[in-house]
Design a protein around this ligand. Structure first.
Ligand code: PAF
Length: 293
């Protein structure tokens, strides 16, 4: 049973469905926050937003294998359910749903979910199967929880666009809510992977948002799009990043690339770059709005 301060931790789909049905019978709305655990203040801000939307909040914790490519950090991805449960206590979460891999995927699982359009460029140029895994697991989780609202962070801006498109195209009866990016006091976007950094890595990582916002200001001052994006990529390397996957300007809704000004509709500046940590390179992503000029 959940108590006021301690959510119920549930592994099986059957008990999830029983509890969700009971909430519905009480007339309660349900807001859902899917996560991969290693929770931090960014996740907590999603949960607070969820609490404002519905009487009941379900948080899932599942490190989804299908969204990791071979060679990525699936095995090393931080997992600490005890710490996560502690963080969630007192936030008014009703259920922590933590299926394991066998609960989530049949051995002969054979369905794929591919979201084109907004899912086709940027991340997909570097992680070609990433959104297939995300769309698949999010579709499954939404079918399992059947929430009224589901909250996702804008830090994964393209992921949010992919999920909005998935839900629209498959007529899923859920409102997708985007939550603003939570940042540390140096502006670094909060991420579970930030815990890989030592002090030096953290200092480099923190340069990213400074470069990004400076590039945004240049774009809003009508400087050349091409020159600004090149300047930002060079500045990241100068700041200590090992490689830059992309610095791109895109239409905020369609994510179609914008390669020259004037910027005549809301746009988004999106960055992915690899930052050195003691035993690996950590791929960071960040983004911000760019107003029409
Ligand atoms: O953003 C994440 O943490 C994951 O991609 C998600 C949405 C929980 C799916 O595994």
């Amino acid at each position: 049973m959940s108590t006021r301060n301690q959510p119920a931790t549930i592994r099986s789909l059957a008990s999830l469905r029983t509890r969700v049905r009971a909430f519905r019978q009480e007339g309660d709305r349900i807001a859902f926050v899917p996560t991969m655990g290693a929770l931090h203040e960014g996740h907590l801000s999603l949960i607070r937003l969820a609490k404002r939307r519905a009487e009941r909040v379900v948080v899932s914790i599942f490190v989804n294998p299908t969204q990791f490519a071979p060679g990525e950090d699936f095995e090393a991805y931080p997992r600490d359910l005890k710490a996560d449960r502690k963080l969630l206590a007192g936030l008014g979460v009703d259920i922590i749903y933590t299926p394991n891999r066998d609960h989530m995927y049949h051995d002969d699982h054979s369905t794929t979910v591919r979201v084109g359009g907004v899912g086709d460029n940027l991340e997909t140029d570097h992680r070609p199967t990433f959104f297939h895994g995300v769309a698949l697991v999010v579709a499954k989780l939404l079918n399992r929880v059947q929430p009224d609202h589901a909250v996702f962070g804008e830090k994964d801006y393209q992921q949010l666009a992919v999920i909005r498109r998935l839900v629209r195209d498959l007529d899923m009866p859920v409102e997708i809510v985007g939550a603003k990016i939570a940042r540390d006091s140096h502006g670094l976007a909060l991420s579970s992977r930030n815990q890989y950094f030592d002090e030096a890595g953290l200092a480099t990582a923190r340069a990213l948002n400074g470069v990004m916002f400076a590039a945004r200001d240049r774009l809003q001052d009508n400087e050349s799009v091409e020159a600004t994006l090149e300047w930002a990529a060079r500045s990241l390397i100068d700041a200590g990043f090992a490689a830059v996957d992309y610095v791109s300007l895109a239409d905020a809704e369609s994510l179609a690339p914008i390669t020259r000004g004037p910027i005549d509709a809301p746009a988004r500046l999106l960055i992915a770059a690899h930052c050195p940590a003691p035993d690996r390179l950590v791929r960071l992503i960040d983004n911000c709005a760019v107003d029409p000029t």
